[in-house]
Design a binder for this molecule. Sequence first.
Ligand SMILES: [Zn+2]
Length: 297
Amino acid sequence: MQKLSLKTFLRKYPHNEACLEEIKRFVFPDGIHCPKCQKITNFYKLDGRMAYSCGVCRTQVYPLKGTIFEKSTTDLRTWFYVMWVMSKTRSGISARQIQREVGVTYKCAFRMCHQIRKLMADDGEPMDGINESDETYIGGKGKNKRYVPDYNEKPKEVVMGILQRGGKIHLRHIPNTGKWTILKQIKENLSTDASIYTDQLGAYQQLNRYGYNHSFVNHKETYVIKGTDIHTNSIEGFWSIFKRGVTGVYTHISPKYLQHYADEYGFRYGNRKADDMFTEMLRQIALKKALQVSPLS
Ligand SMILES: [Zn+2]
């Protein structure tokens, strides 16, 4: 759900300073701790600079340091606007559209979109509860849903998804659907007490051996096991949005960037219940900056 309308957005962020102030609020929610004074002091915005200065000792602090905006020559408000657009769309928005709408070069729009997708990468927290796991095939030629190697065809790329019912989704561009590839994703992203529902793919068949509560539906026979909640319909639903976006909006996706696009769709899915997805993105700026500037040690 998106509650931040364009009108509110424009009123809330009328200029670069307002955007910087907002980032400062997210990055330093309790005020700025001055490294020199060794305590929280009052900081004042420096005229014409993206910096604040300590009212006591004049030490300067740059809230954009370590963020995706740090080295950019594009003004902050344009960044905010592109983030807002990306938080609002359901099926994605192309760099061409951004270029037209915002009035930046294609190259710049493309770069901005990818930087913003970095904010949308998932947190890697293992999931519990009931999960549905499945794979989808992107690009290449041929209408096969399943990967059939044909060396005359451009290969399809595989994206694996683990959807936590009522929660988030983990998406990974994987090299193949072999047992070890699949197992690695499951081990890294699911708690061992989680339940996992899949189709009949061979790679899933020994999950119980690894402690997972695994059930599967043989799609050659049915899509829901009668009288149970065992199905993969939620992730199938997600794939239809993802594929419509990826093949419709982003017509030619380089395999190199497929993970970033997956992150974008995964982020929107995981935050679908958030009051305002734009605020979630601002939160990610602060979280990812914290990781980059002072790695948790
Ligand atoms: Zn100070």
